[in-house]
Design a protein around this ligand. Structure first.
Ligand code: CO
Length: 226
């Protein structure tokens, strides 16, 4: 007996949506693809062959912080992982798989944790202690907030916690087994902490570069803000 509920959509019965805005997205996509090949007819042919990004960007999912657009890079130039509040947790399998691919396969040279001021995830971690998906995800940030408040003997502002969270993620990367293994094999891999301001569209370096232990010029985390 067939079960129609589990039968997926096929090309024959697929209808995009009644929402015309989705059709607009396909139109915008065709215009974008055409613009890329206008001055560089082989642009997509080259991408099919390989990707050789030098950078691995760990950023927030916030729609106002589009990774490659902010640094004006083309497809193929930056490997990207985004989640709520730009966490680099070794216990997150999705993140770990992306990190391993970036480090072991793509052999990126720079990993940047990029947070942003006004982060809704950071603000939620300060104000909400729920048992739902967001509450579980943000538990490490909530713990960081409580510890930071104790250390500073007072309340931490949301933007200060955005910065503290970036320091914490770079610290976590510096002891991540995938990063440590790459360093022990001589990889010239650098870690960086950056923050983005939505109000002016500018990136600012916060800490780094963190290099393999014993490497000259490596910065401790957290470094003084530049
Ligand atoms: Co955010």
């Amino acid at each position: 007996m067939s079960n129609k509920l589990v039968k997926g959509p096929t090309r024959a019965n697929f209808v995009l949506s009644d929402d015309n805005s989705l059709l607009t997205l396909f139109g915008r996509n065709r215009a974008w693809a055409a613009s890329k090949t206008l001055t560089d007819p082989r642009f997509f042919d080259r991408l099919v062959d390989q990707q050789r990004p030098r950078y691995f960007w760990i950023g927030c999912s916030d729609s106002r912080v589009p990774a490659t657009e902010i640094v004006n890079l083309d497809p193929g130039e930056m490997f990207v992982h985004r989640n709520v509040a730009n966490l680099a947790s070794a216990s997150d399998q999705s993140f770990s798989a992306a990190l391993q691919f970036a480090v072991d396969v793509l052999r990126v040279q720079h990993i940047m944790v990029v947070g942003h001021y006004g982060c809704g995830g950071i603000e939620a971690a300060m104000n909400v202690d729920s048992e739902d998906a967001i509450g579980h995800w943000l538990a490490p940030v909530r713990t960081l907030y409580r510890h930071s408040c104790q250390d500073d003997s007072g309340q931490l502002s949301a933007n200060a916690l955005c910065e503290q969270n970036i320091f914490a993620q770079v610290e976590a990367l510096a002891v991540n087994p995938i990063v440590r293994a790459a360093w022990s094999q001589g990889a010239s891999l650098e870690l960086h902490g950056w923050i983005y301001a939505i109000e002016d569209g500018l990136l600012r370096p916060l800490c780094g570069p963190v290099r393999a232990p014993g490497t000259t010029g490596s910065s401790a985390v957290p470094a003084a803000p530049l």
